[in-house]
Design a binder for this molecule. Structure first.
Ligand code: AMP
Length: 219
């Protein structure tokens, strides 16, 4: 089974949802650089403030900062048997820097899941995305909670990411195309790309991913 994998996909492609579910099934950490940067912002650290100035514009945070976060995270014991990288690397510069880290720690990436979704639905997915602190995610257009803005599961108020507004979402898609999409070619040349149809139902996408990685069959 492949346990050292990267998720690639446009913002709003659903890669975070899939990475989170897969990590629980194959029991490896889900390493999500976007969430880790948001944690830094919540802590009001100097690095968090620096990251926020880029994130609020739909741009990439500085590579050195993301690399530092990734290096620390991969050095933890729970990453020894594998890891799922979600949102990293996000540019050729980061991919090259990451190669050096992999050489240092003696690991290799086994697959890069490229979640393909029609561009026309990406903005709607982001602009209507809301989440709860308990981890539940909603889309107020396609999968709304029973009571407006209230989590069905725990009753808490839902929140929206500050970069999930139509304007910033559009910029994030532009950044994806210019900075991140070239990675598809880069990983194709390394024979690592696994294309996944991300336009399907969540469970069908997950079972396609599990099959491709040789993970246990899903119930
Ligand atoms: P995400 O939660 O993956 O949608 O990421 C939210 C924002 O965090 C992105 O729009 C970037 O500004 C920033 N970010 C996340 N991962 C990275 C990365 N690997 N490199 C640079 N910036 C990142």
């Amino acid at each position: 089974m492949k346990t050292r994998v990267i998720f690639l996909g446009a913002p709003g492609s659903g890669k975070g949802t899939q990475a989170n579910k897969l990590a629980k099934i194959i029991n490896v950490p889900h390493i999500d650089t976007g969430s880790m940067l948001r944690e830094e912002i919540a802590l009001k650290s100097a690095e968090g403030e620096l990251a926020a100035s880029f994130m609020n514009q739909g741009q990439l945070a500085p590579a050195w900062l993301v690399i530092k976060i990734i290096k620390n995270r991969l050095s933890r014991d729970d990453a020894k048997n594998g890891f799922i990288l979600d949102g990293f690397p996000r540019s050729l510069e980061q991919a090259h820097m990451f190669e050096e880290i992999l050489t240092e720690i003696g690991e290799e990436i086994q697959g890069v899941l490229n979640i393909e979704v029609d561009e026309s639905i990406l903005i709607d997915r982001m602009a209507f995305r809301k989440s709860c602190s308990c981890g539940e995610k909603y889309n107020t257009k396609f999968n709304a909670p029973k009571e407006e803005n209230i989590c069905d599961k725990c009753g808490s108020a839902l929140t929206q990411r500050s970069d999930d507004n139509v304007e910033t979402a559009g910029k994030r898609i532009e950044t994806y195309k210019s900075e991140t999409e070239p990675l598809i070619n880069y990983f194709t040349k390394k024979n690592l790309i696994i294309n996944i149809n991300g336009n399907q139902e969540i469970d069908k996408i997950l079972s396609d991913i599990a099959n491709e990685l040789g993970a246990p069959a899903l119930k």
